[in-house]
Write a protein that binds this ligand. Structure first.
Ligand SMILES: Cc1ncc(C[n+]2csc(CCOP(=O)(O)OP(=O)(O)O)c2C)c(N)n1
Length: 311
């Protein structure tokens, strides 16, 4: 959690400074979800992520140096600096990509689980992360349906942070998320998404049941983003949330809650370790060459077809 928090604090500064171009969507406040779920994932398990994806990608084990380089647009980035914040992927690690299209990761996760079954990889689980706003996207409901129909090992993780951009969940979503998922036949429950131990416990049960052939599961993680929807909002000072509401969630900061459970010396050691990792990532990304614009069309197609004149 500390790695994700520090990574994103740095990214926010770099977005303001212009080193990271384009908006980023901070995950700060939601770290317990990605960490609690990832605690049970193996390297060959698959995740699909969202526009708010740095936490998911890092928690699955992506190299912080190459992830930061990706956001810097550097050629040493996870995707050679071509994807940036909203498209960070690491297929070898089962990270099938952050995704700027709300809900788009859910059918990809179902496809990955289906492919794993067809290829005899029965123990593999696919996790689809998405927000409360995605719960009303047709593709997510289709994904629920097919995963249940085919009893696939998919864990759907809904991070209910209370807002879809500025739309409060009680004005955008009819009914209850858990009941909505259960209506499709998914085993569904809600959990305190601000408590890493609660998420770890619930995700552990869900992932184990998926692996054991228990069909798809749904976890509603009730959480909150401490910052704006994205950096542009942050920079423009747009606000639609009540100060008292933000303060009451900030008191439930998952990092502070977990720190209180650790011996102070252990917490200090973790902090020092993370500070060193971030310093290393910043040095690596900062000294890496940028992507070459002349190669803009490379990697668009698989195979050997030339992608630029004369190549
Ligand atoms: C299909 C689609 N519709 C609309 C958008 C514009 N959009 C970007 S983020 C967002 C809100 C998403 O809210 P939620 O799923 O709750 O995730 P959160 O931002 O809260 O993490 C919307 C509507 C989009 N990117 N894709």
């Amino acid at each position: 959690m500390r790695l994700i928090r520090e990574f994103e604090e740095h990214c926010l500064e770099m977005a303001v400074a212009g080193t990271i171009v384009g908006g980023i969507h901070p995950y700060i406040g939601q770290e317990a979800v990605a960490v609690g779920v990832s605690a049970h994932l193996r390297e060959d398990d698959v995740i699909t992520s969202t526009h708010r994806g740095h936490g998911h990608v890092l928690a699955k084990g992506a190299d912080p140096k190459r992830t930061l380089a990706e956001l810097y647009g550097a050629s040493t980035g996870l995707n050679r600096g071509r994807g940036g914040s909203m498209h960070a992927a690491d297929v070898g690690l089962g990270v099938y990509g952050a995704n700027g299209i709300v809900g788009a990761g859910a059918p990809i996760a179902v496809g990955a689980a289906w492919a794993a079954r067809r290829q005899g990889r029965d123990q593999q689980v696919a996790v689809a992360y998405f927000g409360d706003g995605a719960l009303s996207q047709g593709v997510v409901l289709e994904a629920f349906n097919l995963a249940a129909l085919w009893s696939l090992p998919v864990l759907f993780v809904c991070e209910n942070n209370g807002y879809a951009i500025s739309l409060p969940v009680d004005r955008g979503l009819a009914g209850d998320p858990v009941r909505r998922a259960a209506g499709f036949g998914l085993t569904a429950e809600a959990v305190d998404g601000m408590d890493v131990e609660a998420v770890t416990e619930a995700a552990g049960r869900a992932v184990a049941a998926c692996r054991a052939g228990g069909g798809p599961h749904f976890l509603e993680c009730v959480t909150y983003r401490f910052r704006g929807h994205h950096t542009v909002e942050h920079l423009m000072g747009i606000n639609y949330r009540d100060e008292a509401e933000v303060a009451s969630w900030t008191e439930r900061d998952p990092l502070a809650r977990q720190r209180a459970r650790l011996a102070p010396a252990v917490a200090d050691e973790v902090d020092a370790e993370i500070a060193a990792l971030i310093a290393e990532a910043v040095a690596f990304a900062g000294s890496s060459p940028g992507s070459d614009p002349r190669d803009a069309l490379d990697y668009l197609y698989a195979g050997t077809a030339p992608t630029r004149p004369g190549a």
